[in-house]
Design a protein around this ligand. Structure first.
Ligand code: ADP
Ligand code: ZN
Length: 511
């Protein structure tokens, strides 16, 4: 049977999604791959379909223990011989899976990363054709959801040299992708990165005052719609859910402090549209396949852009118009900063939080900024975000852009945002003097522009994909392929005029 026939027979679909077919061909050819596709993009198909064609077993490593049984049941229902092995099973169930494995009755075997060592001996006795590492960002401390159990996976490639390895994730910037490949010992893996654009999700950011009133007003415009409200603490989940119920909305709280049984039932009721609104901590939604989520509200700011993108991505999977509403408050930023400071690699986490804050404060098209975070360049403003729909005044910022970009270049791409502003303004503080950047040609060239305006302009350049922050290199600013067009081809740049109120707010914040 051909790939397409198998797709139709086992999954009931008529065509492949973008990239799926190329990825599947590469997997069948035995290549190692690194796949980045947004949530809901159809990553599973990239190893499920090949498992029907390859001679040996496909081993799937996934941290989502709670979902394994459902996934495997669904595969079995589609006529695919799949099993799973994790710590939620009793020994009898585990033994049964091992027996099936030994007697070659499995095409696909899902295993939790912490359980794989228990299976090692049995795996050595069978032919493994493909290893799929799902949620592969969990192996990198540079990703946003590092899991220690994943570091055990580094030996997979050595233990099973004949199997090809496919790493899949929905969230990994360029540096994290490189780290994943290194750690899984698939340095030569081909990369496939699908577009992250979800044009049907309207992006909006609002100041976080009177949030509850704003939410009620929003919900009154979206009666009967399904949605998720994310917040930081378990307590606010409970409070908000109670307030919603008090006003007659169908709502439930969901967080890690609730009993498993209760959480499962909330999830099920949400999927069946029996509960319309779930108020959740980030624990909710991973792997949930519900297509008609009409809105995602962030009551609190997420700690980084990856998390934000992943969470809003749970809206509008059916392609219909949906809303993502983010509330932005400085109290949240301060609290998140404290968390970040207490975390393992605090420097990276703080920089990522800073980027999230810049997104919330952006004066340029939010989608352009969001996509530029994932190294994707949008040629035009999206027309479906609050900035696009309520445009600030723009000016020709080509000269400012050229000045900033050439300064970045002359500083050897080794300056942070603050240092760049200092150099452009001709500051003579220790940071500038010690680095010798007072000697470069653009030193002091932007004296007439205020510090805050420069800061805002540069953030806009980052948001437009003309500069990049290297989180893993001391947050130094780097040029991008797009910036070369501005520097060498005189491509014009538009910058939003910084409103006076923004200037005052920024000044007040610094005090
Ligand atoms: P991801 O793991 O990338 O978040 P999934 O693999 O769970 O996404 O796929 C999301 C949904 O898309 C699933 O319901 C899946 O059955 C469906 N899907 C996958 N491939 C196709 C396809 N070629 N055509 C139609 N639907 C597909
Ligand atoms: Zn826009």
């Amino acid at each position: 049977m051909t790939k397409l026939e198998l797709l139709k027979k086992h999954f009931g679909y008529d065509s492949f999604r973008p990239l799926q077919e190329k990825i599947i061909d590469n997997v069948i050819d035995g290549n190692d791959l690194m796949v980045v596709m947004p949530t809901g993009g159809g990553k599973s198909m990239c190893f499920q379909l090949p498992s029907l064609i390859l001679p040996g077993i496909t081993l799937v490593i996934s941290p989502l223990i709670a979902l394994m049984k459902d996934q495997v049941d669904a595969l079995n229902a589609n006529g695919i011989a799949a099993g799973f092995f994790n710590s939620s099973q009793d020994t009898a169930d585990q033994d049964e899976v091992i027996k099936k494995l030994q007697s070659n009755q499995l095409q696909l075997l899902y295993v939790a990363p912490e359980s794989i060592s228990l299976l090692q001996n049995h795996l050595n006795e069978v032919k493994i054709s493909l290893i799929a590492v799902d949620e592969a960002h969990c192996i990198s401390t540079w990703g946003h959801d590092f899991r220690p159990a994943y570091t055990q996976l580094s030996y997979l490639k050595k233990s099973f040299p004949e199997a090809s390895l496919i790493a899949l994730t929905a969230t990994a910037d360029r540096a994290t992708r490189a780290d994943i490949k290194k750690q899984l010992a698939i340095d030569n893996a081909r990369e496939f990165v699908a577009s992250f654009d979800r044009p049907n999700i309207m992006l909006e950011v609002r100041p976080g005052n009177n949030r509850m009133t704003q939410i009620f007003r929003f919900l009154n415009h979206h009666k009967e719609s399904s949605g998720i409200i994310y917040c930081l603490s378990r307590k606010s989940c409970e409070n908000i859910a109670a307030k919603l119920k008090g006003q007659g909305f169908s709502a439930a709280a969901y967080h890690a402090g609730l009993e498993n049984r209760f959480r499962e039932s909330v999830q099920e009721q949400f999927i069946k549209d029996e509960v319309k609104i779930v108020v959740a901590t980030i624990a909710f939604g991973m792997g949930i396949d519900k297509s008609n989520v009409r809105f995602v509200i962030h009551y609190n700011m997420p700690k980084n852009v990856e998390g934000y993108y992943q969470e809003i991505g749970r809206a509008g999977r059916d392609g219909l118009e949906s809303q993502a509403l983010l509330f932005h408050s400085y109290a949240d930023v301060i609290q998140l900063r404290k968390f970040a400071e207490g975390s393992g690699n605090s420097e990276v986490q703080i920089a990522k939080l800073e980027r999230m804050k810049q997104f919330a404060e952006a004066l340029t098209c939010r989608r352009r900024m969001l996509l530029s975070y994932f190294n994707e360049f949008l040629e035009q403003d999206c027309g479906n975000c609050d900035v696009c729909l309520n445009k600030p005044d723009f000016m020709d910022g080509t000269r400012q852009a050229q000045m900033a970009l050439s300064a970045v270049y002359r500083m050897g791409q080794r300056a942070t945002l603050n240092l760049l502003v200092d150099v452009l303004r001709g500051a003579n503080n220790a940071g500038v003097m010690e680095s010798g950047f007072d000697k470069i040609k653009t030193y002091g060239a932007g004296k007439e522009t205020s510090w805050n305006d420069w800061q805002q302009y540069i953030i806009q350049l980052i948001n437009q994909g003309l500069l990049e922050i290297a989180f893993h290199e001391n947050n130094h600013l780097k040029l991008t392929p797009e910036s070369e067009k501005v520097l060498f081809e005189d491509k014009p740049v538009r910058l939003a005029v910084i409103p006076k109120s923004e200037q005052r707010a920024a000044a007040a914040q610094l005090q």
